[in-house]
Design a protein around this ligand. Sequence first.
Ligand code: GCW
Length: 698
Amino acid sequence: MYFKAWLDYDGELNESMKKYFSTVLSNYGSNVLSKVERQMYLHAVEEVKTAAKAFIGNKPDEYDFMISDGNLTVIKEQYDEKEDGEWEKGILLYYVPENQMDEEALITEGAYAIKRYYDEEKRLDLWTVRANSGAGILYGTFALIRQAVCEGKIADTGIVAPFHALRMLNHWDNMDGTIERGYSGNSFFFSKNQILITERTTFYARLIASVGINGVVINNVNVKDMATRLISPVYYAKLRELSKIFAGYGIKIFLSLNFAAPMELGGLSECDPLSEDVIRWWKEKMQEVYQEIPDFGGFLVKADSEGRPGPFTYGRTHAEGANMLAKEIAPYGGLIIWRCFVYNCRQDWRDKKTDRARAGYDNFMPLDGKFLDNVILQIKNGPMDFQVREPVSPLFGGLMKTNQMLEVQIAQEYTGQQRHVCYLVPMWKEVLDFHTYCKENEDTVADIISGRTFPIRNCGIAGVSNTGDDSNWTGHDLAAANLYGFGRLSFDNHLTAEEIAKEWISMTFPKKPIILSNLMYILMNSWRAYESYTSPLGIGWMVNPSYHYGPNVDGYEYDRWGTYHRADCKGIGVERSSKGTGYTLQYQKKNALMYEDVSTCPDELLLFFHRVLYTDRLKSGKTLIQHIYDSHFEGVEEVKEFIRLFCQLEEYLEEAVFQRILNRLTEQLSSAEEWRDVVNTYFHRISGIEDEKARIIY
Ligand code: GCW
């Protein structure tokens, strides 16, 4: 059992708007379409029918049409002329053949335009979706329905082209059905070492296509055991079937790859990327994979990180490792997406120069320009690991000759594990809008990963998925806003976090002003609230090791000595300026200077960059210790406010939905109280400084 998430199409249309959904006109009969394009087109037509069913309770009439010299002819068996004064209204999906294109920009894969079409003489009044690709027709159709649901009306869009070329979801699903950092049940891709293909598979493809996703990595980047065998005859038939289903929604399937596959699968004695045997093995493997799965997108690789094998074992670089694979997959148009999450998890934090934050840059910056064109480096948003607040990775703005992709985590590993509400779109917006100063203009992260800064074609954005087989897909109903938001933002970088939240609420819940305003408040304040009651000012972690939920101030798992945050009786924070680990110097000058100086370093990242005394004052005028106390108290109060606002919605929401969300919010409150008490007590004891407001600190 699963819910339709935001595809319920529960819209309130007036009578005049409803009429448009009484007819759908399509031209997929024309022979310009390839099989897969036609499939996407058919799915778009299907979507209009589904929407019509929801809006008017009926299936629409379906007709073909022709356009020649700008004249539209509706092809009907019996074309009944309308009575005088009556207009034929409908929705027309128009795959524009190349020779009829008047708008260049429509050529971009996935671009579309929604436009009204009137014909006085024929009394036609249509809303048209125009596109030059099946994906464009599909995206345009979803956009048109979205307008109808959210606004109750349809409007011209002009040409809308996807901002990022690759818009991917990374699933960390294991073949036994578990999900690494999964908080929404089990995998719907795998169970007991088998690939699952059910009704849910198709629905999922449709769900994520509706927000513009065009690539999915189905298995965990930690590729172990049977997952190594995904590229073997045992699984090809199912993978082919799966890739066809997704292709019909404009989505390519990718796999995570085990760098040691030549050994574990091929029986070779090594996986040295320069060994001829290894190269030959991959050559044959790539050929086999593409013979079996022609639509296949390529591979995602986690190498030399957290125990995964990689080129380091043989004294080779990441470029040598990635390029070897890239060369062998290139003849088939495949991509190698190589992760930059590479660091030494055995570092000794007692050494003041030790700094995990430096690792990505130190490892990859020297390789800039050394990767083949079908390699993309996938870079986590921050230099550490998906903490509630981190600066942007300095690889963005550092690398200038390398294909790049941003990786964010939709799954809330460190942000409340989908038991706490934490709407992450505002965080991603900050990352995407960050000026790297690598160029005078078009220097933001979004510019870089969309190919606007440097002429790179293979680039984009990836999100670690937060889905599972829970009936509501994301465990916490409100966590679906993150999945929705990730897709929408990857398609249209100009949307604000508010606009996305508003859309998602309108698509998901009944249309009542109080639902919109209260949920908007909760979503828009949730990230800040989570940050307030958890780890302050960019210090990060402070969670229980391994499962990463709940407070544990000294709990950084790769630090046996309890020193990574450097807290003592005087102060806290890691000095990452040139006086400390030198991490600040990895940024372009303007940013390096900003972070280097305590007086210009933004407060929310202060403890990430500097060691600060408890008695030092922040820009707010508060002392550091008072800020820690206050923010932890305030964070908890904010969660109480969320609950108060949410309870006002009881009469308007389905009982089960209301109860599910309330249960999560209730758990969030007790967890927030625990965070507040554990963190405040720790700093109260270690600093010996009293709260100015004399509140009780447990
Ligand atoms: O954040 C860490 C997670 C690991 C994860 C790793 C990674 C998939 O705790 O579970 O492994 O990052 O991104 O590779």
